[in-house]
Design a protein around this ligand. Structure first.
Ligand code: PHE
Length: 450
């Protein structure tokens, strides 16, 4: 069976952008900025993208493109037998992420349906909004059903393969998402208090920049770029050998960042326009926004558009979290795509059930105060994802070696390197020292505090 590849560079860019842009951009980023002091947080986040996120992304793409294999096969080929297991761990991380991600995205799907039905428009106070959220998530039929539905959409796209499924899906969903977001952005800027919302995003409050905020910024930069879980290795493995990696990947980081900033602006302008503050943490999207939407002009139309936007972003991310496991089964055990997709889809559905039940039937099932869903998120984002990123840079910087890694990176991007020779130093320093040391510190911190 011939391995598939992306049809075009733009197809690759949209697919990776689709993976990157997701709940982390539209839900998590705005509330983190709200919680951790506006521009101060944004600054640390941007720094973390430059020093950690981008180099780790390039390391993963190098590993994938060089070997044209799934994460386990790729790491094993470059580093030997033990690395095969490291790669397998990253595949498992993607598998775990796709399970809880689907459970949470199911809630968004529920809000999308409810906004179309007009139910959300009755939520005129914060109390009623919180009560609505709790009642909805308290029903296991809803959380499990929504998880199944959301996963079903992702699985259906994946059945069509790399070009006809992932690439085509992203080519449709991504432009639609940009359009909807830009529409909301323009609208938000016309609302009262838009200037306040903008200054909130751009004026730093240094007192909020605690170590916790810094860790959150670093974690955000990893999660939003879909790093550390085999996704980028797998997407890189579908790239043709002559592709210019730098020119393909730089726009992705830029798009992802711009979308986060625009999403935060949209949320803040809407929230500020009726005098609310964006400091309600994770509840910002589910508690605050529904109340606010129905107090602004055209809110009845805007709410469904907003939740549709978030749903589209989540679907393109979900498929990218599932693909490493599918590629693994296809490469290693020669499954057909259909068999692999159905098996992975079934397994993720089962694993996602306890996550979906965490807000109702299994609410009392806690370990160290964490429900199954919280626990899965903590283990993935706090431990496994940094570990996967650490493995990728160590593999490129130390095991494969900086020269061979940069040789792979230069293939197809020679002119860029000739023009900006400092890139050699930047990548060598990041692969070899900076990224491993910083991620090492994060991991140790997570282990000690966890
Ligand atoms: N990057 C996605 C987001 O921002 C999340 C994601 C993580 C997707 C891992 C795929 C794999 O929401």
């Amino acid at each position: 069976m011939k391995r598939e590849s992306w049809q075009s560079r733009i197809g690759f860019i949209l697919a990776v952008t689709g993976s990157a842009i997701g709940l982390a951009n539209i839900w998590r980023f705005p509330y983190l900025v709200g919680e951790y002091g506006g521009a101060a947080f944004v600054f640390v986040y941007l720094l973390s993208l430059f020093l950690l996120g981008f180099p780790v992304l390039m390391a993963e793409i190098i590993i994938g493109r060089k070997t044209q294999l799934n994460p386990s096969g790729a790491m094993g080929t470059l580093g030997g037998k033990r690395w095969k297991w490291v790669g397998m761990t990253t595949v498992f991380t993607g598998f775990l992420v796709s399970a809880f991600y689907s459970a949470v995205a199911g809630w968004i799907l529920g809000y999308l349906v409810e906004s179309f039905r007009g139910t959300l428009s009755h939520l005129s106070t914060m109390e009623s909004s919180v009560a609505f959220f709790d009642t909805l998530l308290g029903q296991w039929q809803f959380t499990v059903g929504a998880h199944a539905l959301f996963l079903g959409v992702a699985i259906t796209i994946l059945l069509f393969g790399v070009r006809d499924g992932i690439e085509r899906g992203n080519k449709i969903f991504m432009p639609l998402l940009f359009l909807l977001l830009l529409g909301l952005f323009g609208y938000g800027l016309l609302l009262p208090n838009a200037d306040k919302a903008l200054s909130y995003l751009w004026e730093p409050d240094l007192s909020a920049l605690t170590p916790k905020a810094i860790l959150a910024a670093v974690g955000q930069s990893f999660f939003t770029l879909s790093l550390g879980q085999g996704t980028m290795i797998t997407y890189g493995s579908y790239l043709k050998k002559g592709e210019n990696l730098l020119l393909s990947c730089l726009p992705i980081v830029l798009f992802d960042t711009i979308i986060s900033l625009i999403a935060a602006t949209v949320v803040f302008t809407i929230v500020f326009s009726v005098g609310f503050e964006p400091t309600s943490g994770p509840g910002l999207l589910f508690h605050t926004l529904p109340v606010v939407f129905y107090q602004i002009p055209y809110g009845h139309f805007l709410a469904p558009i907003f939740f549709l936007l978030v749903t589209l972003a989540a679907i393109t991310s979900e498929i990218s979290a599932l693909e490493p496991s599918i590629a693994f089964l296809m490469d290693t055990w020669k499954f057909s795509r259909k068999q692999a997709v159905l098996l992975v889809g079934g397994a993720v559905f089962l694993l996602g059930i306890p996550c979906a039940l965490s807000t109702n039937l299994l609410k009392e099932w806690t370990l160290f105060g964490l429900t199954v869903l919280d626990g899965a998120m903590f283990v993935a984002s706090g431990l496994l994802i940094p570990l996967g990123g650490f493995a990728a840079v160590v593999l490129c910087g130390w095991v494969l070696g900086v020269s061979p890694s940069l040789k792979e990176l230069r293939r197809g991007s020679r002119e860029v390197f000739d023009r900006f020779p400092f890139l050699y130093r930047y990548f060598s320093f990041c692969f070899k020292y900076l990224a491993p040391v910083l991620i090492g510190i994060i991991l140790i911190n997570a282990l000690l505090s966890g």
